[in-house]
Design a protein around this ligand. Structure first.
Ligand code: HSE
Length: 324
């Protein structure tokens, strides 16, 4: 099965007012930005979720289990808490004490939107605690301010395939309603055990690109959207090539180029760097363990262990579940 389930959507008029004693969960999906030629513009929500429980308490506490439990700060410096503070600041209120319990499933620094998930968790959590003073648009604007770019936070909030850009310092984002409903697209993520910070990945990019390369990507990015809208994996395979970022990043991740080729040889229709990497994303009509195995072996052949995640696309974005 290549898809996820549904609940209460935050920032919508159907949001149930919270009572001060209510516990609630914020659930936020992983995201894969760029999708080959859609550099800094496209992002896709994946069916891998961080779940965070907010419980009213006498004093602040933060517990983290799962991905990053040993690395993330369990205090006010945590990105979830810093994001919550932005909502309280915007509302002109003092932050209420709360017990926050994170169950993290999105690997850190992987190209799967873990920081976007933390930001959206904090913003939605604080917004719910304040009885939703901010709209979804406000949340997206704040999230983009914190993250610096919208291509992960937008699909994390909205779900599905989202195209986003900045216009006069404001985020413009649209969810592409597509035929993922009728044609399941299955995703294989392979994450090598390799440190490749986004800062380093961005520093590797050229300051200027040629007209030919710009046209190469613009035309393909539009066709990538069309491929998703129609669940057309043949088309996706023809147009996922990129010349703006992958040629500069792939050589810096040992085994990545070979793993991308191996995914396609093993039957994937298309493959790309997920976000700035180091993980790779491959698409296929059916879930096929051979694809992940082939990518994993390519990384192992250069001495890197790798983890494989077989996922679906999530049509749903972040959501809040209330537990009384
Ligand atoms: N679009 C961004 C990049 C995603 O490729 O640098 C990283 O967060």
């Amino acid at each position: 099965m290549c898809r996820g389930g549904a609940l209460l959507h935050p920032g919508h008029s159907d949001a149930v007012p919270l009572q001060p004693t209510m516990k609630f969960f914020v659930k936020v999906p992983a995201t894969s930005a760029n999708l080959g030629p859609g550099f800094d513009a496209l992002g896709l929500a994946l069916d891998l979720w961080n779940e965070t429980k907010f419980t009213p308490a006498d004093k602040f506490s933060l517990h983290i289990e799962g991905e990053g439990a040993n690395r993330l700060a369990p205090n006010q410096k945590n990105l979830i808490v810093r994001s919550m503070q932005k909502v309280y600041d915007a509302a002109g209120k003092q932050m209420s004490p709360v017990c926050i319990h994170c169950i993290n499933r999105i690997p850190l620094a992987s190209g799967l939107g873990s920081s976007a998930a933390a930001i959206i968790t904090g913003l939605l959590g604080a917004n719910a605690m304040l009885d939703n003073p901010l709209s979804s648009t406000d949340i997206l604007t704040l999230a983009t301010e914190i993250e610096g770019h919208p291509d992960n936070v937008a699909p994390a909030l909205m779900g599905g395939l989202v195209v986003s850009t900045m216009n006069e310092s404001k985020v413009v984002a649209r969810k592409i309603i597509g035929a993922q409903h009728v044609v399941p697209l299955c995703v294989t993520i392979t994450l090598p055990d390799f440190n490749f910070p986004t800062k380093q990945a961005r520093a590797a990019l050229p300051k200027h690109v040629s007209m030919k390369d710009a046209v190469h990507n613009i035309s393909r990015a539009v066709l990538v959207i069309e491929a998703f809208r129609n669940g057309d994996l043949d088309l996706l395979g023809k147009v996922m090539d990129d010349v703006l970022h992958q040629p500069y990043r792939l050589p810096l991740i040992p085994g990545a180029r070979e793993a991308m080729d191996a995914a396609k040889k093993a039957g994937a229709s298309a493959a790309a760097l997920s976000g700035a990497g180091p993980s790779l994303i491959a698409f296929s009509a059916k879930q096929d363990a051979n694809i992940g195995e082939a990518m994993k072996r390519a990384f192992e052949s250069v001495g890197l262990s790798a983890r494989v995640f077989e996922l679906g696309i999530s049509e749903e974005g972040a959501k809040i579940e209330i537990k009384e």
